[in-house]
Design a protein around this ligand. Sequence first.
Ligand code: FAD
Length: 316
Amino acid sequence: MAVLRAVLNNDSCLFFPGSAKDRKRSRAMWVRKIENMPAHFSYERGIDQPNNETLEWIAQSKFADNLQYMKNTGVESIKRDAEGIFHLTDHKDNVHQARHVIFCTGVMDVQPLIGGDIAPIFPYANLQTVDYCLRCDGHHIKDKATAVIGHTKGAAWVAIMLYERYRPQAMYILLHGQPSQFDPETQELLDMYGIKVHSQEVAKVLGDPKKGMLTGFRLADGTGLHAEMAFVSLGMLVYNDLAKQLDVKLDERGFVVADAQGLTSVPGFYVAGDVMAGTKKQIYTAWDTAVNAADAINMKIRSARRAEDLKQFRKI
Ligand SMILES: Cc1cc2nc3c(=O)[nH]c(=O)nc-3n(C[C@H](O)[C@H](O)[C@H](O)COP(=O)(O)OP(=O)(O)OC[C@H]3O[C@@H](n4cnc5c(N)ncnc54)[C@H](O)[C@@H]3O)c2cc1C
């Protein structure tokens, strides 16, 4: 969305989509079917496919020359010089210059280690019987026995909210060997709804990994629990490394702080999407924040040009 808006605003835009490694660790890569946004139901890969269509459309459009698409590379490091110009070194060691930057490197959900490894959860996450985002996928649990993996108050509230919305067949929390951080009021709600809390570590994910069909969990003490769906609520890794290189202001969780236009504490450096503090971590909020940033940059570019034009006009 940041690229599309900048290009349609008739501004020159350098686009770094990230390397294969960057993309693999992005949320975009995990997203399959999208059911909480109109017009997305037919896509099997709800972020990748519309993004590719957008880039193809730009390449065929009158605005094609506005875009320099730095395919298969991301930004390794960034500096801002005394004139306020950003110098971006890509993963191939080429240096590029930009007057403004829209930073949208995203976040990643923390995965549970099962038997010391994150791999056992992936087949289920890939086919969305293990989910991470309430607003995106909460509705999947309707009529299904559901587990929530997590030990913080936030995890307890994921279970409470899912229960209140969908009244699943069964709902329980897996602390996965961590001490519970639930306060007495939260615990009382869990008790009221009959949401059981299991403290043992998860030893095995049960089901058919090839089909992504989850049937439950085996705990370290041998207990077997039935579940057709699970939600992971273990927090997020925030990809803020480049922002840190510029000493941009971050909040206590590492998200990038910005004003309503997405301008951060560093002039010319804008933020959009999941990495921005205080946003819903959703596609449509990523789009909205990207449009805010691209439009704010366009306003700066137009204002500077207008001032120059006025100078010339007044000379005549
Ligand atoms: C399993 C799952 C399902 C979801 N389902 C939905 C849904 O149904 N509806 C919904 O609205 N939201 C959904 N979300 C949330 C949605 O994925 C995010 O809100 C959205 O992807 C955020 O977009 P973003 O551009 O901020 O970050 P991302 O999509 O994570 O993209 C970050 C990008 O930054 C790039 N990058 C990283 N480092 C660099 C670098 N150094 N240089 C250049 N590029 C870099 C990566 O390659 C990647 O392309 C889901 C999330 C998950 C995990």
